[in-house]
Design a protein around this ligand. Structure first.
Ligand code: ATP
Length: 296
């Protein structure tokens, strides 16, 4: 099932096009990263699909339209840190969140356990570290047991330990089968946390798909020979050829960056194979990645 389908979403602020004709499809169970440098349109995209920002054009559909007016009940979000009462405990604060969301029997104990705050269940919010506050905000998004969680830069401003804890919590939430959509400007984070990614820059979608395929440092090669079976056998022993799949009458390879087309051709020739087709795809996203923080 498509959890979210975005068709041609465009949002302009005066002369600035924050999101330009965005098409995306997010399936149930995916941890979908929206990766882009600051100002690339991530928050505008999330705000639009949450109904907080009104786009200029385009449409989006949640859950194939099956929940109609009730769809917001199935989505939990953390766009900016919510206001909690400083003198109240996390239990009381989550009870208030549940009341506002009209959730009768919230699983507060389970949520506090999940976000590593069970030991602090009776402390006042004002005594919390920034990391704990952020984890409580994630807990608040989980009230009502939504199918989908939307997080905007969930590790922003946290120290390395806080970052690791939030990433671990996101893994746990995903492990419960929930769909997660999260914005990040950190390449490393998306690689560690997400199953799928859409890379956006200045409102434009540059690439999307499985993280392994989109963010790998490997190059893609299309290669062909008369005897495809034999070619596959020969290539499978080459150092630097990391994966082989079939694509029509060609093989599609993921090869290490160091392996050149000439080398590949020569290696095959040495094994008695005549290559009839060889196209090495340029890694055009490389320069875009450099703008996205590689570290924390
Ligand atoms: P960041 O990580 O810095 O939050 P982002 O990728 O989430 O960036 P957006 O916040 O969506 O990007 O902003 C996209 C573009 O739209 C930016 O150029 C931003 O300045 C502009 N923009 C966003 N909100 C407004 C607004 N309310 N009025 C005018 N311009 C805006």
């Amino acid at each position: 099932m498509a959890v979210l389908q975005i068709n041609g979403l465009t949002k302009r602020y005066g002369p600035i096009t924050a999101v330009n004709n965005l098409h995306l499809k997010i399936e149930a169970g995916e941890v979908y990263g929206i990766l882009g440098p600051n100002g690339s349109g991530k928050t505008t995209t999330l705000g639009s699909v949450l109904g907080i920002i009104r786009p200029n054009s385009g449409t989006f559909t949640w859950f194939d339209g099956r929940y109609g007016d009730q769809e917001r009940m199935h989505i939990g979000s953390l766009l900016e840190t919510p206001n909690f009462y400083p003198y109240l405990s996390p239990v009381k604060n989550l009870q208030i969140t549940a009341h506002i969301k009209r959730i009768g029997t919230p699983r507060i104990d389970a949520i506090l356990e999940l976000v590593n705050l069970a030991a602090r269940r009776d402390s006042a919010f004002s005594t919390f570290s920034f990391g704990m506050k952020q984890r409580l905000a994630i807990g608040a998004a989980l009230i009502g047991d939504p199918d989908v969680l939307i997080f905007d830069e969930p590790t922003n401003g946290l120290d390395p330990q806080g970052i690791a804890e939030v990433r671990e919590i996101i893994h746990r939430i995903a492990g419960e089968g929930k769909t997660i959509i999260m914005a990040s400007h950190i390449l490393d984070e998306v690689e560690k946390v997400c199953s799928h990614v859409a890379i956006i820059k200045q409102g434009n979608l540059l690439a999307n798909g499985e993280v392994g395929a989109i963010l790998s440092n490997d190059r893609q090669v299309d290669i062909g020979a008369e005897d495809l079976g034999r070619l596959r056998e020969v290539l499978s022993n080459f150092p630097g050829v990391n994966s082989i799949s079939e694509k029509g009458k060609l093989l599609q390879l993921q090869v290490s960056q160091e392996l050149s087309a000439v080398e590949l051709n020569k290696l095959a020739f040495d094994k008695g194979m005549i290559i009839s087709h060889l196209v090495m795809k340029p890694k055009s996203l490389e320069s875009e990645f450099l703008e996205i923080t590689a570290g924390k």
